[in-house]
Design a protein around this ligand. Structure first.
Ligand code: ZN
Length: 301
C-alpha cells in the first residue's frame, strides 16, 4: 500500500478524514464484471474515508492510474436496454439546461458507453458529437452508426481544442476516475463561454443510500469517491463554474433491473424475478429516486 491521498475535491489533509467504510476486497470474486456498468452489486470496496471539509467520501489509497485504465479497458459490458433507460432518464433531467446554453452545437461525453446519450443529444439538435469510452466491449456493443462518434481510451484534455464544446457531460463516471478535480477543470477549459458541464453522480447522503448503508450498491470497488450535494457543489464552484445547481432526479428502469439491484439474498431475488417474468411484470418501467443527483455549472460568457 502506498501513501494516502488528500481529498481529491478540496485537498483537505487525509489525516483529518474519518473512516467511512473499511476495505473489503475478495480477490477470488473479482471478475471483468466488477468494472462493468450496471452490474449486480458485490459490496466490495476500497477503504473509504470522509472529508470533514467538503463532505466527499473517497478512497484514500486508490489503485494507480494505469491499473484503473486497464480495468476499464478490459471491463465487460452488460445489457444496453438499461443503458437506453438511463439515457432517457438523464435527458429528462438535463433538458432544462439546454435552453440556458449559449449555443447547441457541439457536445462531448466522457464515459459514453455505447453512445446512446449522444444519440439523444443529436435528437436535441446537437450536430458535432464526441464520446470517450475506455471499455472496448462497450464500444463493440454500440451500433455501427454511433461508432463514428466514439473514441476509445481515457479522457485527456490535450486531445481537444480549448473552448470547442457547448456541452460536456459525464454521467456515472466522476466516481470512477482517480481525480474528479482534473475532469472539472479540463471541462471548463474545453467549454465555450456560455457552455455547461453536467454530471450525474450518486448522492451518498440521499435517504435511500443512508437507509441501505453498507448494503447500498454505491459501496463498490469501482468507486474512487462518492459525492453528496455539498461535495458536488464544492467541486464545481472551486473549479470556477457559475450558476451551479445540484438536483435529485428520478431514474426509470424495468422492474427486472430494480430487482437485480435489490439488497436481497440471490435466491430470493431469482424467485421474485421469475415470478415477475411469469406474469409479465418484469418489463414494466418504474421511476424511482435512487439517490442520484445531476450537477450543472456554466462557463461565464
Ligand atoms: Zn474535501
Amino acid at each position: 500500500m502506498g501513501e494516502s491521498r488528500n481529498c481529491p475535491v478540496c485537498h483537505a489533509d487525509f489525516k483529518n478524514a474519518k473512516l467511512f467504510i473499511e476495505k473489503n476486497i475478495d480477490s477470488a470474486k473479482l471478475s471483468g464484471f466488477s468494472f462493468a456498468s450496471r452490474k449486480e452489486p458485490e459490496y466490495m470496496c476500497h477503504r473509504l474515508v470522509q472529508c470533514p471539509n467538503c463532505g466527499l467520501v473517497y478512497a484514500d489509497q486508490p489503485p494507480g492510474e494505469d491499473e484503473l485504465a486497464h480495468a476499464y479497458h478490459v471491463a465487460d459490458y452488460d445489457s444496453s436496454e438499461e443503458a437506453n433507460d438511463a439515457a432517457a432518464s438523464y435527458i429528462r433531467a438535463i433538458r432544462p439546461t439546454f435552453g440556458a446554453l449559449a449555443r447547441r452545437q457541439s457536445a462531448l461525453e466522457i464515459g459514453t458507453g455505447t453512445g446512446i446519450f449522444l444519440e439523444c443529444l443529436s435528437r436535441e439538435g446537437f450536430t458535432n458529437l464526441v464520446g470517450i469510452e475506455p471499455s472496448s466491449a462497450a464500444i463493440a456493443a454500440a451500433p455501427e452508426y454511433r461508432r463514428a462518434w466514439i473514441r476509445e481510451g481515457m479522457f485527456d484534455e490535450k486531445d481537444f481544442d480549448p473552448e470547442s464544446f457547448d456541452l460536456i457531460c459525464c454521467f456515472m463516471t466522476m466516481e470512477h476516475v482517480r481525480d474528479p478535480g482534473i475532469i472539472a477543470h479540463s471541462a471548463l477549459r474545453l467549454l465555450r463561454p456560455g457552455g455547461a458541464f453536467v454530471t450525474v453522480t450518486h448522492d451518498y447522503r440521499s435517504p435511500i443510500n443512508r437507509l441501505l448503508g453498507k448494503r447500498s450498491p454505491i459501496i463498490d470497488i469501482e468507486h474512487m469517491q462518492l459525492f453528496s450535494k455539498r461535495s458536488a457543489r464544492h467541486l464545481f464552484e472551486s473549479a470556477g463554474y457559475a450558476d451551479v445547481t445540484v438536483k435529485a432526479f428520478v431514474n426509470t428502469y424495468s422492474l427486472r433491473y430494480w430487482m437485480r439491484l435489490a439488497p436481497l439474498p440471490r435466491g430470493i431475488k431469482l424467485a421474485i424475478s421469475s415470478l415477475m417474468a411469469s406474469i409479465g411484470l418484469d418489463n414494466v418501467k418504474l421511476g424511482v429516486n435512487v439517490g442520484n443527483i445531476v450537477t450543472t455549472g456554466f462557463k461565464r460568457a
